[in-house]
Design a binder for this molecule. Structure first.
Ligand code: BTN
Length: 249
């Protein structure tokens, strides 16, 4: 049951105290032909993560799914996931938590060094294409906001734990939605914003890709979100998918 969340947001917000999965709900709304809205919940009982994993959803989190229909080919979808990571990082920094992005879209606190960062947020993007255009895109964002770390998986942290006091979740959500809205209306600005908020560029990385492991220095990111890695033998590799780890220099 949706109730008033009381936000002055750039898009319509459907708020739920508790829901199975905001991505599922956004999908229903997509099937009804809706767009430009956010489904937000305080608790999720059947949250979904990447790679068919679940995503725990204790009360006090910010579970948010953005439904948009960008006028873009399906191949451009990754850039909207990067934009969501920038939006989360921006809102966290404004609230005094020094977050940064690990390629492509992990939002971490204390990211430097091997096994360094603790995960603050996960993002699951789902899409349906229609010929050469996106039909709908759902960017699902799970933020560990005012959640005790003992409720979270190993290696995760929360906004509250990092700042030592709870966050105003309405304000955080508002800044998240505003930042995302600004970026998506100007997709060319997303990569610059990502570079500004990312920890990965300039780091020595190991990326586990479907085609094997690549080790080298992360030198740049290219549209719509590929990581450019310079390997030790001077080769420039363009990585579009994989798990990235920051290594100690
Ligand atoms: C990951 O595996 O890192 C991504 C997790 C994404 C979780 C969010 S919470 C809001 C939205 N609704 C879901 O069911 N999943 C996403």
């Amino acid at each position: 049951d949706a109730i008033e969340f009381g936000l002055d947001a750039p898009v319509e917000v459907e708020y739920h105290d508790s829901i199975g999965s905001t991505n599922e709900r956004a999908r229903e709304l997509a099937d009804e032909g809706r767009t430009d809205l956010a489904v937000v919940a305080d608790e999720q009982t059947a949250g979904r993560g990447r790679l068919d994993r679940g995503w725990s959803g204790p009360s006090g989190g910010i579970y948010c799914s953005l439904l948009i229909r960008p006028d873009a080919p399906p191949a451009h979808a990754p850039v909207y996931t990067l934009a969501a990571a920038v939006a989360v990082t921006t809102a966290a920094r404004e609230g005094g938590v020094d977050a940064s992005i690990k390629w492509p879209n992990d939002v971490l606190v204390g990211e430097s060094g091997e096994r360094g960062g603790k995960k603050l947020c996960g993002i699951l993007t789902e899409m349906e294409g229609e010929a050469d255009r996106v039909k709908w895109l759902i960017v699902g964002i799970g933020i560990n906001a005012n959640v005790d770390t003992d409720m979270l998986p190993e290696g995760a942290t929360s906004l509250q734990a990092e700042r030592g006091e709870p966050f105003d979740r309405r304000r955080f959500t508002q800044r998240l939605l505003e930042t995302f809205d600004g970026l998506r209306s100007d997709p060319d600005s997303i990569l610059d914003a990502w570079r500004e908020h990312a920890a990965t560029i300039g780091q020595r990385v190991r990326v586990d890709t479907p085609g094997g492991e690549i080790v080298g220095e992360a030198v740049d990111v290219e549209f719509p979100g590929a990581l450019i890695v310079e390997t030790d033998d001077g080769e420039r590799r363009r990585v579009t998918a994989g798990d990235c780890e920051h290594l100690r220099p």
